[in-house]
Design a protein around this ligand. Structure first.
Ligand code: PRX
Length: 601
């Protein structure tokens, strides 16, 4: 506990805590009880007060090429104006605010303004469909939604507000604040207000209240094994302590010297913890890039690294594999000598991608920190130290100091070196989730019922002979597509909501670029002709383009056990073009022959 008390000194506390950890209400832990702080002040104001107001906080790069450099002093003024603006709309501590914005500075400002007011934000990824936005807004009972007129995607301005209008028709949301980004025409209704008209005239001073260490900071929805995403709840003091500590320790970040760049989107936990809260609490200077990595050309990231002298670069294996496909001659055209630490997150990094990353981006010498963590863990849990004696391509290696992670067998007993099992976290950690929003039963059931007293991560893992940890992917029905979590049940329920589909089964199949690809098997309703293209579009409309199946196979039957459970293992064999495994437990053993006979690639 002394360890975490020491890490908490990284922050400014208005009132010091009386106890580091109170786990008497387990699995709901309380960290730094009695302590009070304001998260936004910790991320912005205190750096200005310490004399760093002129330091650039954000080098922002828009997709069309426009740029903005925002200093900590300017960021403070903007956050204060936005906090005053939200307060003028009636937002009070405890009210929820939903945010669906592209990667523009206002996204970060909006999150910090919410934090400043103690109003938990719920950021919804820009690629999610109107119906996905609506279900999240309703579940969190958001009072205000912050969005934009449009966003740039692959060189084109695409509408955003129109989708939000569709999502919020008939909802209880009181106000919609709209940032003007693309100039896309929008219709402004009675509850709509422009960000610039609301925020710009506000005073740049705002007195921040100190909130309890356990005050809710945000809700972030993530996919589970059922069709309904879970609202993962994070609170203030413990979360900020661990994101600040890990951002400093895992990346060896040095404020005032490094230029840091995390390529995630703020719609995911990586963006929350390693673009907004961790780096800003640590007074980082960072790059934030709005667009796609190949707009207008495939060297865009390296051009940005060269221009700003990026020294720490944190991305996902799926993007590294995409860069590999584009060819090493592209990064070779740029001066990447400023890079000294490289990070990876989102899925296991295959050794080939690891080596390419090290060789062609890290000049053969930059350490690569492969960071394992989850929306639920809030912050990095397992990662090699950047000064590690030996790196193992493909292994996240060891829990970071302060964290305990073990690999156990079915009975919850730790496995021996060389063996595999399930990854569990057997001690509480400061940035751990504080529940599933509005669903205590699901929280206990999903994470705490499998192994007594330990958190079940849902990942398989293995110890090597040295006791280092290798992650092996999910052991539940959650897929990992380009580092995004998508549940098979969610895609299945989107498919069966289409009138031409009677039944659907979805599996994640190995994919050389995206890690896993979504493969769906559908039984048509009656004799109706099913257009596979139409079904893919339907899923994109229901959930978002990230959930579009890579492949849809129309089949006469699905393989089921006698109790009616779909045997995904067999479908995965088909999807991955493998010989089909044991079919003896099927209710009808001829089904697999029918399915494989019908498969057209
Ligand atoms: O399966 C693990 C995989 O991503 C899951 C968590 O997804 P999400 O909550 O969306 O957060 C992603 C970003 C933190 C995990 O259960 N995962 C994440 N990082 C790694 C990983 N698998 C292997 N190695 C990693 N470094």
């Amino acid at each position: 506990m002394d360890f975490w008390a020491e890490q908490a000194q990284r922050l400014h506390w208005d009132v010091r805590w009386s106890e580091v950890l109170d786990n008497s209400g387990a699995p709901y832990a309380k960290w730094f009880t009695g302590g009070r702080l304001n998260v936004a002040r910790n991320c912005v104001d205190r750096h200005v007060e310490a004399g760093f107001g002129d330091q650039v906080a954000i080098h922002w790069v828009g997709e069309p090429g426009d740029t903005r450099d925002i200093t900590y002093a300017q960021l403070r003024d903007e956050v204060c104006r936005a906090a005053n603006a939200l307060a003028s709309l009636g937002v009070r501590a405890g009210d929820r605010v939903a945010i669906q914005l592209p990667m523009i500075p206002e996204a970060i400002v909006a999150m910090l303004a919410c934090a400043r007011l103690g109003a938990p934000h719920s950021v919804v990824f820009g690629g999610f469909s109107p119906s996905a936005l609506r279900s999240r807004v309703d579940d969190a009972e958001a009072k205000v939604v912050i969005t934009a007129d449009g966003q740039y995607r692959r060189g084109k301005a695409v509408p955003v507000k129109a989708g939000v209008d569709e999502a919020l028709a008939g909802s209880a949301v009181e106000k919609v604040v709209v940032v003007r980004r693309t100039g896309t025409p929008v219709s402004m209704g009675e509850r709509d207000v422009w960000w610039h008209e609301l925020v710009d005239p506000q005073p740049a001073a705002h007195t921040a209240e100190a909130f309890d260490s356990e005050h809710p900071l945000f809700i972030l929805y993530t996919s589970g094994t059922t069709g309904k995403p879970k609202g993962i709840l994070h609170t203030s003091g413990g979360y900020l302590t661990q994101v600040a500590y890990t951002h400093a320790a895992v990346f060896d970040h040095r404020p005032g010297e490094d230029v840091y760049w995390c390529t995630a989107d703020i719609g995911w936990i990586t963006g929350h913890s390693y673009i907004v809260y961790g780096p800003l609490a640590n007074r980082a200077t960072q790059v934030v890039y709005e667009g796609t990595p190949n707009t207008p050309h495939e060297g865009r990231h390296w051009e940005i690294v060269q221009r700003y002298g990026v020294s720490i670069y944190y991305t996902a294996p799926t993007l590294i594999r995409t860069f590999m496909k584009w060819g090493e001659d592209i990064p070779a055209r740029y001066d990447l000598s400023s890079l000294r630490v490289l990070g990876s997150v989102g899925e296991p990094i295959n050794p080939e991608a690891w080596r390419w990353y090290r060789e062609h981006i890290g000049a053969g010498k930059a350490p690569i920190v492969d960071t394992w963590w989850q929306t639920e863990t809030g912050a990095i849990m397992i990662a090699p130290s950047p000064g590690a004696a030996e790196f193992k391509p493909g292994s996240a290696q060891t829990p970071v100091p302060g964290i305990s992670a073990v690999v156990v067998d079915d009975a919850g007993k730790e496995v021996a070196p060389g063996e595999s099992g399930y990854l569990v976290l057997d001690r509480p950690w400061p940035s751990m989730l504080r529940g599933v929003w509005g669903d205590d039963a699901r929280f206990r059931e999903t994470y705490w019922s499998r192994f007594a007293g330990a958190y079940f991560a849902g990942d398989g893992a293995r110890y090597d002979e040295d006791g280092d940890i290798w992650l092996l992917g999910r052991v539940d029905d959650v897929m990992n597509v380009s580092g995004h979590r998508i549940s098979t049940a969610e895609v299945e329920s989107a498919l069966v909501s289409h009138p031409a589909v009677a039944e659907a089964a979805v599996v994640g199949a190995a994919d050389p670029t995206t890690g896993q690809g979504i493969v769906a098997f559908v039984i048509p309703r009656g004799v109706a002709e099913v257009s596979v293209q139409e079904l893919r579009e339907h899923v994109a409309r229901e959930i978002g383009p990230i959930a579009k199946p890579r492949q849809i196979m129309v089949v006469p039957e699905l393989p089921k056990t006698r109790s009616g459970k779909i045997m995904r293992r067999l479908l995965r064999d088909v999807a991955e073009n493998r010989e089909i495994g044991d079919v003896t437990t099927l209710a009808d053993s001829s089904v697999m022959a029918q399915i494989s006979g019908r498969v057209v690639q």
